[in-house]
Design a protein around this ligand. Structure first.
Ligand code: PRP
Length: 176
């Protein structure tokens, strides 16, 4: 298998920080006077969550879900298994799913339908990164940090085989 290496920076930590602050302001305006439950999809979204929650000025609560796709490791199959469910009930609460990246959209489509069946007051999606070229189902984020081309990215929470999550920038992975 070809060796992977960090080829170049796609988004600097300064660009990310600026955009996350702006997303936080937009979300705070939209949810003014309300409380918000941020539902973080493990693991990639934890870095984004930790910055975003501090940029939101309305009262926020956090909870976590872990999911995994059956099938090939590199491609979503659409069949999603819940590895860790929410600790709390979302009945009648304003919920915002926090994702690091939307690729095919299969994970999010499953999550959205699953969570809607629990009767939240509202359910929206925020993603740091969106790869629209890869979409296989009709799902769009309500808030998006950056639309990016179809390149393999790591850093700021995103991994390749569990590596590179701690890089402060979003970087493109190349092959040697
Ligand atoms: C990533 C990402 C989304 C999903 C998006 O998670 O966080 O949950 O893939 O892909 P899709 O739009 O094609 O369904 P991943 O499975 O890499 O897990 P991780 O966050 O733990 O790294």
């Amino acid at each position: 298998m070809p060796e992977k290496y960090v080829e170049r920076v796609l988004l600097t930590k300064e660009e990310i920080q600026k955009r996350v602050i702006s997303l936080g302001q937009q979300i705070s305006n939209d949810y003014a006077g309300k409380e918000l439950l941020l539902i973080c999809v493990l693991k990639g979204a934890v870095v984004f969550l930790s910055d975003l929650m501090r940029a939101i000025t309305v009262p926020v609560f956090i909870d976590f879900m872990a999911v995994s796709s059956y099938g090939a490791a590199t491609e979503s199959s659409g069949i999603v298994r819940i590895l860790k469910d929410l600790d709390c009930s979302i009945d009648n609460r304003h919920c915002l799913i926090v994702e690091d990246i939307i690729d095919t959209g299969l994970t999010l489509l499953y999550l959205k339908e699953n969570l809607l069946s629990r009767k939240p007051a509202s359910l929206k999606i925020v993603t740091l990164l969106d790869k629209p070229d890869r979409r296989r189902v009709d799902i769009e984020p309500d808030y998006c940090g950056f639309r990016i081309p179809d390149e393999f990215v790591v850093g700021y929470g995103l991994d390749f085989n569990e590596c590179y999550r701690s890089l402060p920038d979003v970087c493109v992975l190349g092959e040697k």
